[in-house]
Design a protein around this ligand. Structure first.
Ligand SMILES: Cc1cc2nc3c(=O)[nH]c(=O)nc-3n(C[C@H](O)[C@H](O)[C@H](O)COP(=O)(O)OP(=O)(O)OC[C@H]3O[C@@H](n4cnc5c(N)ncnc54)[C@H](O)[C@@H]3O)c2cc1C
Length: 307
């Protein structure tokens, strides 16, 4: 029986893992991959103590940090996905995709979030054939092309701003009548002569041959179906918390985020804590995730010490 199972290998998970090793809690650390969401970032400039670090390098550093201190107290299982957490008497059973079951006194969920996928006809078919979810990773492949960005929040406008540097044109499609990004950003990006914004739409389909060729949408103002020819589509329609394995086990809010007590990171189920982007805290950043996980570890340690 483990004292603790940590689920997730982003900044929150690794931070918790290092603290678990220091506190000598017998821990299983399970993660699908290392580094978390900002692994795709070209340069992270606000990871405190480091002036600028590419996301991929941050992932390597995090892995090295935990491996350096895990000793015989933290067991790491990477490339492994948790599919269920079940209560069993006074402890929990954590089940993984490869069919393993592990017993533990406590659980820390630090599984973060993942991108919301485009869910219209043609979207699945053209994923990686012109549809992408990461401008900083894939943007240069679309140099000289006409591209579409879907989503009018800050992420959508930041993606558009990046793409304007090397594409022929960028058309940003927003569902509602108003953009959700900061007005200053909207104004600046839309001022670029290669940029076009379309609002008040309902997406209908992605069309193409071997590769993406167009986005079809309904113009809600006149009810007509229209088409934007394009050689690439960048999707920025938000994040979904990775909490499927906690459904029915802890309270989740309407967005699927884990409801926590911000003083302790405890969930509504005794014995389970959560931290980072999978929780209902207002702000989601690398430093916040790492710090919140430390708070959780302090509370988990106190809980186990009292047993
Ligand atoms: C493109 C981009 C750029 C960003 N840039 C910055 C930035 O510059 N500065 C900044 O502060 N923040 C940035 N952020 C936000 C930051 O990345 C997040 O706040 C942070 O990664 C949250 O950390 P986390 O550990 O809570 O979750 P995540 O980073 O999402 O990590 C979750 C981990 O859990 C694993 N996992 C998920 N489900 C399971 C499962 N079922 N079983 C096992 N493992 C699982 C994942 O593989 C992953 O390793 C950026 C985000 C994005 C998307």
């Amino acid at each position: 029986m483990y004292d603790l199972i940590i689920i997730g290998g982003g900044p929150a998970g690794v931070s918790a893992g290092v603290y678990a090793a220091r506190k000598r809690l017998k821990t299983l650390f399970v993660t699908s991959d290392w580094g978390g969401q900002s692994i795709v970032s070209e340069g992270i400039e606000n990871w405190i103590g480091t002036i600028n670090i590419p996301g991929a390098d941050l992932a390597t550093r995090l892995k090295e940090h935990l491996e350096a201190y895990k000793s015989d107290i933290v067991t790491i299982k990477d490339h492994e996905k948790v599919i269920a957490v079940e209560k069993s008497g006074d402890h929990f059973v954590v089940k993984t995709e490869s069919g393993e079951s592990h017993e533990t006194k406590t659980v820390l969920a630090v599984a973060g979030s993942h991108r919301r996928k485009l869910d219209i006809p043609g979207a699945a078919q053209y994923e990686n054939k012109g549809i992408t979810y990461c401008a900083s990773c894939d943007g240069p492949l679309f140099a000289g092309k006409d591209v579409v960005v879907i989503g009018g929040g800050n992420a959508g406008f930041e993606t558009a701003a990046q793409l304007l540097a090397y594409t022929n044109s960028v058309t940003l499609i927003q569902r509602g009548t108003e953009y959700r990004a900061d007005p200053v950003t909207v104004e600046k990006v839309l001022a670029n002569p290669k940029m076009r914004g379309i609002t008040n739409t309902e997406l209908v389909a992605v069309e193409g041959g071997q590769f993406v060729e167009a986005v079809v949408y309904k113009d809600m103002a006149d009810g007509q179906t229209k088409k934007v020819p394009c050689g690439g589509i960048f999707v920025e329609i938000g994040l979904v918390p990775s909490t499927e394995f906690l459904k029915g086990v802890v309270e989740l809010n309407n967005y699927g985020q884990v409801v926590i007590d911000p003083r302790t990171q405890a969930t509504t189920t005794q014995g389970i804590w959560a931290a980072g982007d999978c929780t209902d805290v207002l702000y989601h950043q690398n430093n916040i995730a790492a710090g919140d996980a430390v708070r959780a570890l302090e509370d988990i340690y106190m809980h186990i010490a009292k047993q």
